[in-house]
Design a protein around this ligand. Structure first.
Ligand code: WTA
Length: 692
């Protein structure tokens, strides 16, 4: 049939409990499982026949080895990369058990390599110099550019030479605040080439968030551009950087150089504000440097980048990734989870300002010699068909996006999809939040014409790469399930006491033992690393997510169990939004929770107590929202402000968020026991104000 997949209602033989090798064996050997309600989608024989991993048996064989002999398994894979000097013994060392002392993870230590060299030079040496590395698609249809691997290397080398010339050395931090121009991956690779540690800040963050990150990592140089067009809007990034730098300087952190790329299509050079002596136009200096640059050979455990992410409390955490393990892990996960082949054209809609853009726009694909589409604009501009227009234009075969985009396009109507061919598509991917089965089906049936498997990849900034993901040729899929662990990953589900639960269950998702792509510390705060991730359930890495494992061993992510919310796939700490709100002069107190949102997955719901005597008003509502936009960024703006004369607190003063979540989701009959509140009357007041 033309369908690469066939739907199977109540299938009989199913792989089960991949996390548990013995059980999975039993199923492969033919244990029958009755599953009435399960809608299984089985890869077609055509797809499986050409796939890297063509069957559950093949997966099992590799998975088993990866768990029983991680050193051998990962050494064999690592040997396919270029190492100036091979790693020493042991291949890895780890302590994930807080009771046994300092948490420590190392892979391939003593191995000397360079990830930029492995992305570019080795692919060129293998004869791919003239292959397209990047198809760049601008915000406006018709504005585009391409770079071959040879050209990309030249551009990277010029910037590396410039950075060296202004004194950037191995280990120095470089902050990158750029939109999705080609210069963003170029800047990342240029840092990697000379051993500088890049810290990319998503260009949707406000000047205050940017300033906070600058003060934390103290870069000598900030790389930005004058402005960007996103959809119909022009955003003046340089102004945001200027404001941030004034703030950091007042706090004693002075950035020497602000290298500014002139994005002509967004804003005239003349309208850009300038600080002489600090600001330099990229185009004035970088192209003058030689187009070759020797790489800095660095240890596998030398830092590659810092990426700030939100936690449940306090300031953003600087997640630190090192070089060797991250390189091997991102490349390998990319290859298998997307069943990547050299003829594929790959497009990931994520921004390089997030981990997905680091691992699966830049490093993972380029390490595989892939052709990557980099898109500057908004996926619904100038119309909701833009994504499929781009897919057809570049013959995209692997398309990786977030459920929020799927849901928002779903609402626009099928005709925006069906008027494009999409014939080139082969594999689809999803990331950032659980994908609800109805969005999964629309993505599968309509976008992928029921031909293309969906890799629903569960992972995190901290994990560096995919942790639980379908391997598209191997597994029957269940809409909404991330299926089984990647090679080398041992997910476990524990109860509140930290006891592993077997079989069909739900609980807290942890990981037992390390994997090469794991983060090694939080920048400048190893203690916070240990307490945040390794103390809740001693002996394990705790992800912060809840998870259910069904009778067939499939994993179903159920969302964060801490005070982090996932808004349109962006991770936001409720504490950050609260602290932005209370900085407003008229706000006395704030409590933020997530609520189910049709498009965003989760929305931000803020309960706000005003300063005594201040009346509620729509203007005040707007001004509170504006404060959050200014302090964090537009993506963190609350969807709802709920006036709260008081907040439900225990006698010891702790806010009972459980009750707030119920009020936010209008589940008023499920408030539970409110007798322990210091003043149970506040609940009625809140309910009375629900629709104000
Ligand atoms: C959520 C993004 C369900 C999860 C790569 C995790 C997911 C957080 C999935 C990490 C998925 C990511 N299914 N939930 N396929 N992918 N998440 O650090 O809650 O921005 O903890 O990394 O996103 O977000 P982060």
């Amino acid at each position: 049939t033309s369908n690469h997949f066939r739907h199977v209602e109540s299938m009989a033989t199913l792989p089960s409990g991949a996390g548990k090798i013995s059980k999975l064996n039993a199923v492969i050997l033919g244990e029958a499982l009755a599953s009435e309600e399960d809608d299984l989608i089985v890869p077609s024989q055509d797809f499986s026949a050409q796939a890297h991993i063509c069957s559950p048996e093949k997966y099992l064989e590799m998975y088993k080895r990866s768990i029983e002999d991680p050193a051998g398994f990962w050494s064999d894979i690592a040997s396919q990369f270029y190492w100036k000097q091979k790693w020493g013994q042991p291949v890895y060392s780890e302590n994930l058990d807080i009771r046994k002392g300092r948490i420590n993870i190392e892979w391939f230590k003593g191995g000397i390599t360079n990830i930029c060299y492995n992305c570019l030079d080795t692919n060129i040496a293998a004869g791919n110099g003239e292959k397209i590395a990047i198809y760049w698609e601008g915000n406006e249809p018709g504005v585009d550019a391409t770079l071959t691997y040879n050209q990309l290397l030249q551009r990277v080398c010029q910037l590396s030479n410039y950075l060296k010339d202004i004194g950037i050395r191995k280990g120095d931090a470089v902050l990158i605040y750029l939109p999705m121009l080609m210069e963003l991956p170029i800047a990342m690779l240029s840092c990697a080439r000379i051993g500088a540690v890049h810290s990319v800040v998503f260009a949707g963050f406000s000047s205050e968030s940017l300033a906070q990150r600058i003060m934390d990592c103290k870069p000598k140089v900030v790389i930005t551009c004058n402005a960007v067009r996103r959809g119909p809007k022009t955003i003046n990034l340089k102004d945001i950087v200027d404001t941030a730098m004034v703030e950091t300087a007042q706090n004693g952190t002075v950035v020497d150089v602000c290298l500014t790329y002139e994005n002509e299509s967004a804003l005239e050079k003349e309208s850009t504000k300038w600080v002489d002596g600090r600001d330099i136009w990229w185009q004035d200096v970088v192209p003058k440097y030689p187009a070759t640059c020797d790489v800095e050979w660095i240890d596998a455990e030398d830092p590659l980048f810092l990426l700030y992410t939100s936690g449940s409390t306090g300031k953003p955490k600087g997640v630190l990734h090192t070089t060797g393990g991250y390189m091997v892990y991102t490349a390998t996960t990319f290859k298998y989870a997307f069943d990547y082949k050299p003829t594929d054209i790959y497009w990931c809609t994520a921004d390089c300002g997030w981990i997905t853009g680091h691992s699966y726009v830049t490093y993972g694909p380029l390490l595989n010699g892939a052709t990557v589409v980099v898109f500057e604009g908004a996926p619904n501009y100038p119309n909701p068909g833009r994504c499929w227009d781009i897919v057809d234009k570049y013959k995209v075969s692997i398309f990786y996006t977030a459920p929020t985009l799927v849901r928002s396009l779903m609402r626009e109507g099928d005709e925006h999809v069906t008027r494009y061919s999409r014939k080139s598509l082969r594999v689809l991917g999803s990331v950032g939040e659980p994908i609800n089965p109805s969005a999964w089906r629309w993505f599968f049936n309509l976008v992928g014409d029921s031909r293309c498997p969906i890799s629903d990849t569960w992972w995190q900034t901290e994990t560096g790469g995919f942790m639980i993901t379908p391997l598209p040729g191997a597994w029957p899929q269940k809409p909404g399930s991330a299926t089984f662990p990647f090679f080398g990953v041992q997910p476990v589900i524990v109860d509140e006491k930290g006891v592993e639960i077997e079989g069909e269950c739900s609980g807290y998702l942890c990981v037992k033992s390390s994997w090469p792509g794991a983060f090694r510390t939080l920048y400048g705060d190893h203690e916070r690393y240990e307490t945040t991730y390794f103390s809740a359930f001693p002996g394990y890495y705790f992800s912060g997510d809840g998870c259910r494992r069904d009778k067939d061993g499939y994993h179903w992510l159920t969302g964060r169990v801490d005070d982090v919310i996932n808004v349109s796939g962006h991770r936001i700490g409720t504490a950050e939004v609260e602290s932005a709100l209370v900085s407003h002069p008229l706000c006395a107190e704030a409590a933020v929770v997530g609520f189910e949102h049709e498009v965003k997955g989760q929305g931000i719901y803020a309960f706000v107590t005003l300063v005594e005597g201040v009346p509620y008003s729509d203007d005040l509502r707007k001004s509170l929202i504006l404060t959050v936009r200014k302090q964090i960024g537009a993506f963190a703006a609350p969807d709802r402000i709920h006036w709260a004369p008081g907040l439900p607190k225990t006698r010891s003063g702790k806010i009972m968020r459980r009750i707030l979540r119920k009020i936010a989701s209008r589940q008023l009959d499920e408030l539970g026991d409110i007798s322990t509140l210091a003043d149970p009357g506040v609940v009625d007041q809140l309910i009375a104000l629900s629709d104000s």
